[in-house]
Write a new protein. Sequence first.
Length: 132
Amino acid sequence: KEEKFRSSLDEPEKLKIVRNWIAEYSNNSAEPSCSCDQQFRMCISDLELGWEMILRVLSATNNKSCLCTLGCWHLEDWLSLHREKALDRVEALAGTNIMFSRLLSCVYQQNLSGQEYKRVRAVAVYDNYFND
């Protein structure tokens, strides 16, 4: 089911998921009320599509609540699912993108090993950006 969903995504559908996800999490709602959350979770189960969707959200909003949720939920889950394959690209982007580095400050260890989490923390920026 997930594979069929992912393979059927075209550009307008990806944009719709991102737009709806941002709208949902920009208002500090406690519980998601749209299917975009389930769709986003299906996207992150794939290494490439998950990375693409995370970066789409990152580039489409500056809403701190939304970005914090992205970091401590979907980015964290994506890292836990893809681990070593994901860490190299995370480290590379963190070196060139301050907002992404800040997003990493929202990631908890979850299922990452101590060494994997240490790599995330090494490139995360802890400047209290999300505490304002």
